[in-house]
Write a protein that binds this ligand. Structure first.
Ligand SMILES: *[C@@H]1O[C@H](CO)[C@@H](O)[C@H](O)[C@H]1NC(C)=O
Ligand SMILES: *[C@@H]1O[C@H](CO)[C@@H](O)[C@H](O)[C@H]1NC(C)=O
Ligand SMILES: *[C@@H]1O[C@H](CO)[C@@H](O)[C@H](O)[C@H]1NC(C)=O
Length: 289
């Protein structure tokens, strides 16, 4: 009885919030699983200590936590994306990193800096056994989620169409919007077409490409200038560029997106998932070496 009620409630919630901004659960799970497999000893220890018990040691299982608290923590909803002026395909922190009310730093790049700094403070406080100002668990879960979001091209995109949320399209025969295509549909169709709907197999394939296809580029993905622990301005610039050249292109309001769009955009989605995972690990590894 209880479980029926619970799942009905969940279904209603899911329907009600079905157009929220985020990589779908699968995208975030993939990013966090890839990252967790690349942690050094110090970072692994810190992640194990900070993860809530119910995660049972699996960062991937709590990587969508930030979406689930968006309605409870209203203040966090603007931290999932960046709006860039409509005519532009570039990101500039000082111009673009603000929320709808113009409050500076309230964007996904500002949030990545924020939670990286908090984790560093948390680490140093722990060493000195002082009381902590910040909740290290929340900092880890926010950082892990936002590192995914900033790599989804339509999370760094144009304000007037709300990152593609207001661009209605068909994905094959299904009615949806462009943002949802990039959060979920491309990955879903990929999993169904090539991996027997098995997310684990897709993650494994991405990991293989990280060690083979992309091995030459990985050190560059991991690197940040000036010994910074993380460099969200680079990740955001790449995303708005990909939004202009791949996501928005040939996807006007009312389009039907099918094989041509799927096959040509799929490599971008795989690349962004890989980069997000590699960079989340690199950031945590630098913090907790
Ligand atoms: C930084 O983190 C704190 C604690 O979660 C939060 O209140 C604040 O809004 C965050 N700011 C940004 C820009 O992420
Ligand atoms: C830190 O945040 C988590 C998740 O919101 C919460 O369950 C936990 O009680 C918090 N810890 C402290 C010490 O406040
Ligand atoms: C891995 O790389 C190969 C060769 O470039 C490509 O065909 C394949 O789609 C890639 N798979 C993933 C999941 O990135």
């Amino acid at each position: 009885m209880t479980s029926v009620k619970l799942s009905l409630g969940f279904l209603l919630l899911a329907l009600f919030f079905s157009d929220v901004h985020c990589w779908g659960t699968d995208g975030h799970t993939a990013v966090c699983r890839i990252a967790q497999s690349r942690l050094n000893e110090g970072a692994n220890e810190a992640v194990m200590r900070l993860l809530p018990d119910y995660a049972e040691g699996d960062l991937g299982s709590v990587c969508s936590w930030a979406d689930h608290v968006k309605f409870h923590y209203q203040w966090s909803s603007s931290l999932h994306y960046i709006n860039v002026p409509d005519s532009l395909c570039t990101f500039q922190y000082n111009r673009d990193c603000k929320d709808e009310d113009g409050v500076k730093d309230n964007c996904v790049a500002g949030a990545i800096n924020n939670y990286t700094t908090q984790l560093l403070a948390h680490k140093n406080n722990n060493l000195l056994t002082l009381s902590n100002q910040y909740n290290g668990t929340e900092a880890l879960l926010f950082l892990s989620h936002f590192m995914g979001d900033i790599h989804q091209p339509l999370h760094v995109s144009h304000a007037s169409d709300k990152g593609g949320n207001t661009i209605d399209v068909h994905w094959y025969t299904r009615k949806t919007n462009l943002h949802h295509v990039w959060d979920d549909s491309i990955m879903e169709t990929e999993e169904q077409s090539f991996y027997h709907s098995n997310l684990g197999d897709l993650i494994h394939a991405i990991q293989q490409n990280i060690t083979k296809e992309w091995a030459d580029q990985v050190p560059e993905w991991e690197n940040c200038a000036h010994d910074e622990p993380t460099c969200p301005n680079i990740y955001a610039s790449e995303s708005i560029e990909a939004a202009c050249s791949w996501a928005y292109k040939d996807a006007d309001e009312g389009s039907t997106l099918e094989d041509d769009y799927f096959i040509s955009r799929l490599p971008i989605v795989n690349l962004r998932l890989a980069q997000a995972g590699v960079r989340l690990a690199a950031t945590l590894n630098r913090l907790f070496f």
